[in-house]
Design a protein around this ligand. Structure first.
Ligand code: PMP
Length: 535
């Protein structure tokens, strides 16, 4: 038998009657009480004042036998109470500029000393669960139950919020550290869920309607407008919603920017992704590596003067954040080619911080890390570069095709674009990318500080000035067996998808915009605890 109830996060829950009294999440629109045992149970709502421990276990304040951690161990899928929003203001950020460049932002590097405060009580932090918010008094007291079974409608279900506090994935029982497709803001998922079946009163899902109808037209236009606002995209640049992943852009860029296969192009090869882009570009241009970090195992980025730029090159290509190796450009090199074109693959740090778009000829990014699901790739292209594609360019890879047709030349990935639109709205509601960057710098800071303070137990081989705020790869000095154990135990504690990329091994924590601070705090506490238990 079941009892469902609203909670203050706007999610509806169902109490499943099990021997352990476990909570499950569901999506019901009414409360139905059918069993007399549930009536007795629910009757306690008014009869018994909950203890602090009881309050921590569910919004009604009815306590269950075991602690959240014990319940998690028994069943990793178990719902844990929502975590409260965290404040970033109490800890100052340290601003250190990267060694290889002139700072363009005060937040170029992670704060080095924050971890001490955040992690000094590592074990206790790990075990501690914040007290869950209680159901509003009105909602609880309205549950005055009749003596016999009755149907009770519950209208007090809050609409999903458009903005995302830094609670989130924890509400789903896990913190998801995947590199991509990656965690999305819970508020966005709830909003999509609420709108899924009947989009804006149309009686259809956004997946079921014409991409040329008024509803989708409004959705894609708003997504573009919000992205333009977020990144301050100037009128000189077009925003395109494309398909084929960032991998397709590895070919599209030289096809659109080079006159033919003998036209030179420069690549900074700073990791696996820029290496792939470089190799693909060789098919459609005379691409050369202006700098390569391969010998240093992709742990550094070049001082900009070390990039051997060809003045005849059509463009200089960089990958602004290497998702696998974890090196991130904190500033960008000036292109020294005649046409002044800088191209960046921003797949894994897109919309994680403000960027001066006017410095780029082309920015492209697969959405599935920071701004949406897989299926859509966003390209921001300087308008004067559009319309010069090589004659062999397939119509779908020609930027002009998409610019002339407002990204609606053929059927676009409607649902993915719609979700990106919700994410953009969420990022704007958070205060824009400057705010988002502060949060990202803080999260990465406490993680790197923990690694650096571990006396070599955890190793991050990257040069400090180029460490990514998005993807934090590290190894354990005790070797691969302990890494496996670390990843398995973390998963049991609800921190999933921490395995490093198959090409490099180790551990990788991807902490994109939507990773709550609470998730990184929990990881940091777990790392200290793991080290203490396995010296
Ligand atoms: N570039 C970077 C930096 C990436 O991280 C990825 C995917 N992980 C790609 C390109 C390839 O993207 P896609 O899978 O969308 O083709």
């Amino acid at each position: 038998m079941e009892l469902s109830y609203p909670d203050p996060t706007g999610c509806q829950h169902k109490l499943g009657e099990t021997s352990r009294g476990l909570l499950k999440v569901c999506n019901l629109s009414a409360v139905t009480l059918l069993s007399s045992s549930w009536l007795q149970f629910a009757g306690k709502l008014n009869a018994t004042a909950p203890t602090t421990t009881q309050r921590a276990t569910n919004p009604f304040g009815i306590g269950f036998a075991s602690s959240p951690i014990a319940r998690r161990r028994a069943n990793p899928r178990i719902l844990t109470p929502p975590l409260p929003a965290r404040s970033y203001r109490s800890r100052p950020l340290s601003h250190s500029a990267p060694s290889n460049s002139k700072p363009s932002s005060p937040l170029l590097s992670h704060p080095p000393t924050m971890a001490a405060a955040a992690t000094s009580t590592a074990h206790s932090l790990l075990l501690q669960r914040p007290t869950a918010p209680r159901a509003p008094a009105a909602a609880a007291s309205s549950l005055r139950l009749p003596a016999r079974a009755a149907k009770i409608s519950c209208a007090a279900v809050a609409a999903p919020s458009a903005s995302s506090p830094l609670t989130g994935a924890g509400d789903r029982g896990v913190y998801n550290f995947a590199a991509g497709p990656a965690t999305l803001p819970l508020s966005v998922l709830k909003r999509a869920q609420a709108e899924l079946v009947d989009y804006h009163g149309s009686g259809m899902s956004i997946m079921e309607m014409s991409h040329r109808g008024k509803e989708f037209d409004a959705a894609i236009k708003k997504a573009e407008a919000d992205l333009r606002a977020l990144l301050a995209v100037p009128d000189t640049h077009a925003v395109l919603f494309l398909q084929g992943g960032a991998t397709t852009q590895f070919a599209a860029v030289p096809l659109n920017l080079c006159a033919g296969p003998s036209d030179p192009a420069d690549f900074v090869v700073s990791g696996s992704w820029s290496d792939k882009a470089f190799k693909e570009a060789k098919k459609f241009s005379a691409a050369s590596a202006a700098w390569s970090g391969k010998d240093a195992k992709y742990t550094a980025l070049p001082p900009f003067d070390d990039i051997k730029q060809n003045p005849e090159a059509r463009f200089l290509h960089i990958c602004s954040n290497e998702t696998i190796h974890g090196v991130e450009f904190k500033d960008y090199p000036e292109p020294r080619n005649k046409s002044g074109i800088l191209v960046a693959d921003m797949s894994s740090n897109f919309c994680s911080k403000p960027v001066d778009v006017s410095r780029f000829g082309v920015i492209y990014a697969g959405a599935q890390k920071n701004v949406g699901p897989s299926g859509v790739t966003i390209a921001i292209v300087r308008k004067d570069l559009i319309g010069n594609a090589q004659p062999i360019t397939p119509v779908m890879l020609d930027y002009k095709t998409h610019a002339d047709n407002a990204s609606l030349y053929n059927t676009p990935p409607c649902f993915a674009i719609y979700i990106c639109g919700l994410v953009f709205e969420d990022l704007l509601a958070q205060g824009g990318l400057a705010e988002v960057e502060k949060k990202n710098a803080y999260k990465a800071g406490i993680l790197y500080d923990t690694i650096d303070a571990s006396s070599g137990y955890y190793i991050c081989p990257l040069e400090k000035s180029v460490r990514s705020l998005m993807n934090v790869p590290f190894t354990l000095a005790k070797g691969p067996d302990f890494e496996k154990q670390f990843i398995a135990e973390a998963a049991k504690e609800g921190m999933v998808q921490l395995k490093g990329h198959r090409s490099v091994g180790g551990v990788r924590a991807s902490i994109y915009n939507a990773m709550p601070l609470a998730g990184v705090e929990k990881l940091v506490a777990f790392m200290k605890d793991f080290q203490a238990r396995n010296p």
